[in-house]
Design a protein around this ligand. Structure first.
Ligand code: BDR
Ligand code: CA
Length: 316
């Protein structure tokens, strides 16, 4: 089996952790590295969480974790999203510490090196702000030609935003970086709120995971059950949901290996970087060809049951 080489850029919070554990259990992925950034938590804590997840999945010491940017290209970071992801980014769950230390190499240098060492083979999967990739582009403008593709969880096409009427957290958290990345000419796929909010993870999803997980995945299932309790409660209280949370980052990870779960439109896309109401909005041009921007694959619909079954199937 030819594996898909990936680098995961994350701000390891609750939904990132499900995406990471799925990737670690999906044999078709060859994870060459992790890079971390600010967002749900800071870049150092995100690396710490990632290292502990590697240990949880019995993969300690196998995959480098490199720390990246702790602030957007312009302006300041508002700080961790404690009310959604808890004080440590993973709902306060205390996973056993890992012996593995973060890599010495900075995230942007690591991205460039991996891309050069694997020309045409590497897929970048971004689950947070795109700041590390934007910094890597500064160092290697030829990055889009060196990597195979880029899959990003972020933005929204027609669904309401989650940090403003029109903007999603990962893009709004560093609009300048996101626009640089969209304009750079990667083979880009955007997995945004139109599809991630159509996936409903319920108490039954996690009860089933606990009941049917393979014995070797018991610690993973126990962790996920615990970490998602406050995350689902936040979703219920803030969005008026009855008993579910959306599934953001894991869907991007799934789409990277299994794009058939989503319906996509191919449209020119870039990000509004002005200071007004629409800051951080992804602007697509449905008229085709009028806007001077590279085309991106924008996920517009998803098969919810298929996505949940394929995602959680790796733990059974
Ligand atoms: C995105 O923001 C973060 O809270 C999540 O981890 C996800 O990447 C959803 O808007
Ligand atoms: Ca994330």
């Amino acid at each position: 089996m030819k594996k898909m080489k990936i680098l995961i850029d994350c701000d390891t919070g609750v939904d990132d952790s499900l995406a990471i554990l799925y990737a670690l259990r999906k044999p078709e992925f060859e994870i060459l590295g992790f890079t971390t950034g600010f967002g749900n938590t800071d870049a150092v804590q995100a690396a710490e969480n990632t290292l502990r997840l590697l240990k949880l999945a019995s993969r300690e010491g196998e995959i480098p974790v490199s720390i990246g940017e702790n602030a957007p290209l312009k302006g300041k970071w508002d700080g961790p999203v404690v009310h959604v992801h808890g004080a440590n980014g993973i709902s306060g769950v205390e996973l056993p510490p890992s012996q593995q230390k973060p890599a010495e190499e900075k995230a942007s240098d690591f991205i460039v090196r991996l891309a050069r060492e694997n020309p045409g083979e590497l897929t970048l999967i971004t689950l947070g702000r795109m700041t590390n990739v934007a910094k890597a582009l500064e160092k290697e403008p030829g990055l889009p030609k060196l990597v195979r593709s880029l899959v990003a969880m972020g933005g929204t096409y027609h669904a309401p935003g989650n940090v403003s009427p029109v903007a999603e957290a990962n893009i709004a958290g560093d609009p300048e970086a996101a626009d640089i990345v969209l304009m750079a000419g990667f083979d880009t796929t955007i997995v945004g709120l139109d599809v991630t909010t159509k996936i409903h993870l319920t108490s039954k999803t996690f009860a089933d995971l606990r009941e049917y997980c393979a014995p070797e995945n018991r610690p993973i299932a126990d962790y996920l059950v615990q970490a998602f309790i406050p995350y689902r409660a936040f979703s219920r209280d803030s969005d008026g949901n009855l008993d579910y949370c959306p599934m953001h980052d894991p869907l991007a990870m799934l789409v990277a290996i299994d794009p058939s779960v989503c319906l996509m439109r191919r449209l020119p896309a870039r990000v509004e970087c002005g200071d007004g109401l629409c800051r951080g909005m992804i602007v697509t041009d449905g008229r085709n060809q009028h806007m001077d921007a590279p085309y991106a694959n924008i996920c517009v619909d998803v098969d919810e049951d298929l996505a949940i079954n394929r995602l959680f199937g790796v733990f059974l």
